[in-house]
Design a protein around this ligand. Structure first.
Ligand SMILES: *Cc1c(COP(=O)(O)O)cnc(C)c1O
Length: 378
């Protein structure tokens, strides 16, 4: 093998320290500002971040909440999901998409994904609609928008709401509309490793519906309109002012970081198309590459070989939702969502982030080539 792992610096799946080094002074000033004001809860930087993030997404309202899972849960509550209501979602997603619906008392209804991009397959949505269906919750997986044109058309025809799970898609576009401005309501996560990540948990909801936004502002703050006047059974789910201050700094760099991811993805595309044994994901031009995912046979062997060479590849995700212990109660069987199951067995995420150097990209590609050559020889 051409690599000498012990001499090469490991390349992690995501390198938040490298990112920090590029914004160190801005961060220090921002954090100091919050601590000087001591407005830790619902403070000035939260209000400003909400305005700036709303404008970034092209909507009038953004509401900062404690994490992406709460964002999805509150969005379900805001559109009126109640016990027994059904919400249609892809079988290939992070568990939080389903958790948010079940926490609101609803039932996740799974639909298979598309072979080429792991996004919810609009052609399979209509068959899943019943009299209890209230909403469709597409997931903009890997940083790429679901087929919102087809889904909006179906939603309109059946009187359903659309909740975007945009947790991986800060800055992504569908045609020319930003993620977060396409459905009735959209949810973002600022988990540290996301394209826009806090230094802890964080999330946001965006919407064009001002009344819904006001209701969420109340729900996230113990259901109170005014101190000690609790009008609804709300929750404590606010985005910390300190996290908002950090996110304001990072938001100023996000478009540049996303462009760097797009450039790296183009290099990956070009080189990986020449290596046999790889199925590349179809990504559109509005994608912000939260994850660069390929599919390979005997994935776990390939992953182990990459990891041994210091390449921090990962798996997103090893199980489809109906395969998880938590969702056996939905009553699905193995084989019900064959495309999602196939993705779970074969998907492999390569490191992708703005601070990767050209050398890093070359090393990742060489390691992938090596790993697959070993595979082919066996
Ligand atoms: C990260 C993520 C979430 C959950 O966000 P948290 O902030 O971790 O609660 C939900 N859906 C998807 C698709 C995600 O990637």
């Amino acid at each position: 093998m051409s690599q000498t792992p012990s001499l090469s610096r490991p390349i992690p799946l995501v390198d938040l320290k490298a990112q920090r080094d590029t914004i160190r002074d801005e961060l220090a000033t921002a954090i100091d500002g919050v601590i000087n004001r001591c407005d830790f809860i619902l403070g000035e930087d939260l209000m400003k971040f909400e305005e700036e993030f709303a404008s970034f997404c092209g909507v009038p309202d953004a509401i900062g909440v404690a994490n992406g899972t709460d964002a999805l849960h509150l969005a379900c509550r805001a559109i009126g999901i109640e016990a027994g209501d059904e919400v249609i979602m892809p079988a290939m997603t992070f568990v939080a998409t389903a958790l948010a619906v079940s926490q609101a008392g609803g039932r996740p209804i799974l639909v298979d994904v598309r072979e080429e991009d792991a996004l919810i397959d609009p052609a399979k949505v209509e068959a899943a609609i019943t009299s209890r269906t209230r909403a469709i919750m597409p997931v903009h997986l890997f940083g790429q928008c679901a087929d919102m044109t087809a889904l909006s058309e179906i939603a309109q025809r059946h009187g359903l709401r659309i909740i975007e799970d945009a947790a991986q898609a800060h800055g992504a576009h569908h045609n020319s509309t930003p993620a977060g401005a396409i459905g009735d309501i959209a949810c973002f996560s600022f988990y540290p490793g996301k394209n826009l990540g806090a230094y802890g948990d964080g999330g946001a909801i965006t919407t064009r519906d001002h009344d819904m936004a006001q209701r969420i502002r109340l729900l996230r703050n113990w259901g109170s309109v005014k101190k000690y006047h609790h009008e609804e059974v709300g929750l404590n789910s606010r985005l910390d002012t300190l996290q908002a201050a950090i996110l304001r700094v990072k938001l100023r760099h996000l478009s540049r970081w996303n462009q760097a991811r797009q450039r790296i993805a183009r290099s990956f595309d070009e080189s990986l198309s020449k290596i046999s044994g790889i199925t590349r994901t179809r990504y559109d031009s509005g994608c912000v590459y939260h994850l660069y995912v390929i599919r390979v046979d005997r994935r776990d062997d390939v992953l182990a070989r990459l990891n041994r060479q210091g390449i921090g590849a990962g798996i997103h995700y090893p199980f489809a939702v109906h395969e998880l212990g938590a969702y056996q109660w939905l009553g699905y069987q193995p084989g019900d969502f064959p495309v999602a199951e196939g993705w779970a067995r074969s998907c492999l995420s390569l490191p992708i982030y703005a601070e990767l150097s050209d050398d890093d990209v070359e090393r990742i590609l060489a390691s992938v080539e090596d790993a697959l050559a070993v595979q082919a020889a066996q």
